[in-house]
Structure formats: structure tokens, C-alpha cells
Design a protein. Sequence first.
Length: 146
Amino acid sequence: MRYAKTKMEAEDILQEGFFKILRDLRQFSGDGDVKWWMRKVMVNSALMHIRKYRKIEFSEINEKIIEDPELVENSFLQSERASTVVRIIQKLEDPYQTVFNLRAIEGYSFKEIAEKLDGNEATLRSHYMRARKKLQTILNQALTDF
């Protein structure tokens, strides 16, 4: 769901990823943990899906702050925090959502992200910082309202 905009898109990405895992399972060398290999296949499937269907462009930086009252809930119970953060991340525009997920969640370096997305490292850093700022603004407001 972190890379998708809708549940249907997430299901498509998941199905594509599992198909690739099953198709390429014989290619897994056994070096390392199969869980990490599967994760890499899934992330790459999500990126391929995004490239194919969403056509991310990195040239323009949008300063629009997300303001969605449904996302800023008064109740931040422990079990709801993660799903709330995921919903907020999903509301980020492209390329912010993708760059933020790859850097903050998946742990890729900006060099690796640039290679995966065919983008400029400096531009990707800028998008990542702006995504963080937007998320911080939303979360600070939610915590202040709490």
C-alpha cells in the first residue's frame, strides 16, 4: 500500500510481484535470506508498475501541502499510528511518495534511487526533503490537535 494510490493498484502490484517471485524462484542463488530477495522483487515490481502506469516526472517541485481532515484523526492509538502514517504517505503526490518510501522505508541510498528511477540524485534529495517536511507538518498538526 505504501507505493499504491488505491487498494486496486496495490493488489495489482502485489499480484505482479508474486508472479515474478514464482517465475524467478529458480534463479534465487540461496546466498542470503529469501525474505530480502522477495522484498527486493516486490519493491522492483512496484517501481515498474509506477513507471508503466503513473509516469513520474521529477522536473517540477510542487509546494502544495496536503490538507485532508480525514487523515488527521484525533485518536492516535498505538495500533492506528502505522496505518495512519501509511494513509498520509499514500496522499503524497508522485514522485514524493515513491522517493520517500525508497529512502525512508526501504533504506536505499540516493544513488540507488537515482539508478532505479532514472533521476538526478540532487533532485531526488530535494523531493525526499520536501516529502519529509510535508509529512512532519501533517503529523505535528495532528499531534497538536490531539
